[in-house]
Design a protein around this ligand. Structure first.
Ligand code: FAD
Length: 371
């Protein structure tokens, strides 16, 4: 075993399943919990000098880790600290990457600051939010994000990237696509303003109407979003096995109007739902496609199942392997493609899989694999 940097609390053979919300995955060969910026830099150097790969871990809520584990160093980001500072009509929020995201949302809402209320209940860390530009119920983190402070593993420097430089799109950013693995997010800076809350999503509107909330405040919208999410198993709750997941396993496909029209024309049992986007394209709910492709809640592969509360979530019934999860995801993708000709794209990041046919199939934009 190579000797560690003096400042680096390096551990070996750490089980990863308990560090992820899905609860699958083998061991990390090496593991470091970074509580200071120095730990991030030292871990990077340690990997560089020994030619060891690095996986950055936040809350583990968007990761499927291989049963074989991670043959490299897993760097858990545990940088803490949150500051709110008034700047004219705005409040600038600086949060270190290891802060639990929902704590930051709760703190913002309690200060009367709008921008995050619809992102209530999303698990994981602050540093995980820019990776896939988290979004829910009509808000995305890119709506308020001003800049991120990152450690650039290419240059070995700490730099600030503006929101524009992050290249955000629907569940995308340069951190997840073109520059995957290059940057370690250390701090996120957002600009927030006093209310009113964002209320655009039908589920939220209906909930507020049913609860006779006539002039909803930020806290009412947070409460509504949390209640709606709990019904769908989308708030992590150790007592609810339907929340042992990565949330939505697939993104909602965005298709040209003509494709939506073609599918609707071919589908005899009624209209195929779709939401027009400003781009002119149509977003089709992946949950609807799954339920209309012959799959049902509770369908299983080994100990992985389609959630009984939401067809978009694949849950670990207890004792599932990463392979069970992949097999079920492949079945879902194949069934939707066979029925509608649409190739669903997975939302979570797959880590530790090498030349894996299931992962390659899931990540493929289209086309097919025999068998
Ligand atoms: C029940 C449930 C509900 C969910 N609902 C939503 C939802 O409504 N909307 C939504 O968008 N997502 C949702 N998610 C997905 C997930 O919670 C988010 O994507 C979250 O932001 C991931 O953060 P994390 O810290 O857990 O990241 P992890 O899962 O630890 O990591 C995910 C990816 O980000 C990278 N990463 C993490 N932290 C850093 C960092 N500091 N620097 C560089 N890279 C980093 C990792 O290397 C990995 O590639 C849900 C998940 C669950 C389990």
């Amino acid at each position: 075993m190579p000797s560690a940097e003096p400042s680096l609390a390096l551990r070996a053979r750490i089980p990863l399943a308990p560090l992820s919300t899905l609860g699958v995955g083998g061991e990390a060969r090496w593991f470091v919990r970074a509580e200071r910026l120095d730990d991030v830099v030292a871990a990077h150097r340690w990997c560089l000098e020994r030619n060891v790969t690095m996986l950055v871990l936040g809350g583990g809520s968007n990761l499927v880790m291989a049963d074989e584990g991670i043959d490299g160093l897993v760097l858990q980001i545990a940088l803490r600290g949150v500051e709110f500072s008034a700047q004219g009509e705005e409040t600038v929020l600086c949060a270190r990457a290891g802060e639990p995201w929902d704590d930051v949302v709760a703190a913002s809402v309690s200060r009367g600051l709008a921008g995050f209320e619809c992102l209530s209940g999303i698990p994981g860390s602050v540093g995980g939010t820019p990776i896939q530009n988290v979004g829910a119920y009509g808000q995305e983190v890119s709506d308020t994000l001003d800049a991120v402070t990152v450690f650039d593993r290419q240059s070995g420097e700490i730099v600030s990237l503006s929101a524009r430089a992050c290249r955000f799109a629907y569940r995308k950013s340069r951190f997840k696509q073109d520059d995957a693995g290059r940057f370690i997010v250390c701090e996120v800076r957002c600009r927030l303003r006093p209310g009113p809350p964002t209320i655009t999503y039908p589920d939220v509107i209906t909930y507020l109407e049913q609860h006779a909330t006539t002039s909803p405040r930020l806290a009412d919208v947070r409460r509504a979003v949390l209640a709606i999410r709990r019904r769908k198993g989308m708030v992590v709750d150790p007592a609810d096995p339907d929340t042992r997941s990565v949330g939505s396993f697939f993104m909602n496909p965005v298709v040209p109007v003509g494709v939506h029209a073609r599918i609707s024309a071919a589908y005899a049992d009624g209209p195929v739902p779709g939401f027009a986007l400003p781009s002119g394209e149509i977003k089709i709910p992946a949950a609807w496609l799954i339920e209309h492709a012959g799959l049902s809640r509770g369908d299983r592969c080994g100990r992985a199942a389609i959630s009984s509360k939401h067809p978009l979530a694949i849950v670990n019934l207890g004792g599932a392997t990463a392979r069970d999860v992949l097999k079920l995801a492949v079945l879902v993708k194949r069934s939707v493609a066979n029925r509608f000709g649409i190739w669903l794209h997975p939302e979570p990041v797959f880590a530790g899989f090498r030349h894996d046919a299931d992962v390659e199939f899931l990540e493929r934009a289209g086309g097919d694999r025999g068998g």
